[in-house]
Design a protein. Structure first.
Length: 370
């Protein structure tokens, strides 16, 4: 008979969930990860653009180089399509073959001893004297919800839920090479991306183009990808009439950490916990870092190495400055000031702070002056 008792059951095989499971398994704890998808690479909602720091995550050690492409620069466009090219000495962003990356991470944690159940949805969990009984899965001392922005774990067990979102859509064009492939092209436009931006980047397999806008409850208006691509195609060398080879879409948390994030024997991590930058909507690095931190804390607690009975989750960032910028972007976004100020030193410094953590510098345009 199969032994269905675990130290930890993790719901969701994304970046945060797999990072948590990896930390637990490498510390000799019995871990089961469940995910409703039969193929972890299908219906992926994340863009898969990594900041350089994310590549240092223990989960990504040994990642095949073929899954990454270094992107050393950012080209930021004003609504009128004037642009500035930014970079930082020694700093890189990385685009990925996102479905292949997720599949590799799943296989990697399995080699570390994690039991990964694909095609297993979370239905409900019941509190027991020693932990949680998860319907159709088994018993765990601790339950971790890493099941995304619409977390069913949070809904079923009365934890905090994400309430503020961006609505993102991304197209993949296989085998295409864009103009200036060494830059992450970011477009500010209230018309196409109110509350956020559009982006285009070269990936290991082609070109990735995305657009996100502030999501309002009850709204059915989706990002206008066709209009956006028609607007920017000549700037990036992409055929706006070409149909995408794959499309992904979803809601991205942008309201900061949820509360409560934990209860007795259960915790939320990653997107389920709102651990996404309120401004940039970057969730991969924070998901990897948050998931790994929770994994280490749980390992110490469950193995008896902790000197006390610490909370399941560490202190979380308040994102105060980014929350302020998020409010500004939501309520006071106008195209004209950005058209006028894009190349001004204050704007440049703000972008450097957000993109390169003050390590950025304006770099020469390889083609022509901006």
């Amino acid at each position: 008979m199969q032994d269905n008792r675990y130290d930890v059951i993790v719901v969701g095989a994304g970046f945060a969930g797999l990072a948590c499971a990896h930390e637990l398994a490498t510390r000799d704890l019995r871990v089961c990860v469940i995910d409703r998808k039969h193929d972890l690479g299908e219906r992926v909602h994340t863009t898969g653009i990594l900041v350089q720091e994310a590549c240092d995550a223990p989960l990504l050690a040994g990642l095949p180089p073929s899954l990454l492409r270094a992107v050393p620069h950012v080209r930021l466009y004003a609504p009128n399509l004037r642009s500035v090219r930014l970079g930082a000495d020694g700093y890189r962003f990385y685009t990925t073959d996102t479905p292949a990356l997720i599949r590799w991470m799943g296989e990697h944690v399995e080699t570390c001893g994690v039991e990964l159940r694909r095609g297993q949805a979370f239905r409900n969990a019941t509190r027991t004297a020693t932990g949680w009984h998860v319907d159709g899965v088994g018993h765990a001392r601790v339950l971790v919800g890493a099941d995304g922005a619409r977390s069913r774990v949070a809904q079923r067990l009365g934890l905090g839920q994400v309430t503020q979102f961006l609505h993102g859509v991304e197209y993949e064009f296989d085998g295409v090479t864009m103009r200036e492939p060494d830059a992450l092209h970011c477009f500010i436009s209230k018309r196409f991306a109110p509350g956020y931006l559009g982006w285009v980047a070269q990936t290991p397999t082609g070109v990735q183009a995305g657009l996100a806008r502030r999501y309002r409850s009850g709204s059915t208006q989706a990002p206008d990808m066709a209009g956006f691509l028609a607007h920017v195609a000549t700037m990036i060398g992409l055929d706006a009439a070409r149909r995408p080879d794959s499309v992904r879409a979803g809601l991205i948390p942008c309201g900061g950490p949820v509360a409560p994030m934990q209860a007795d024997g259960v915790a939320l991590i990653g997107d389920a916990a709102g651990m996404v930058s309120p401004l940039t909507a970057g969730g991969i690095h924070s998901g990897l870092r948050h998931g790994a931190a929770i994994g280490r804390m749980l390992a110490a607690r469950l193995s008896g190495r902790a000197t006390s009975n610490p909370p399941l989750t560490p202190p979380v960032p308040g994102f105060a400055f980014k929350r302020l910028l998020r409010w500004t972007f939501d309520h006071a976004q106008w195209d004209l000031p950005i058209d006028l100020l894009l190349t001004a030193p204050p704007m440049r410094r703000m972008v450097e702070q957000l993109c390169f953590h003050q390590r950025g510098e304006q770099v020469p345009d390889p083609d022509a002056p901006d």
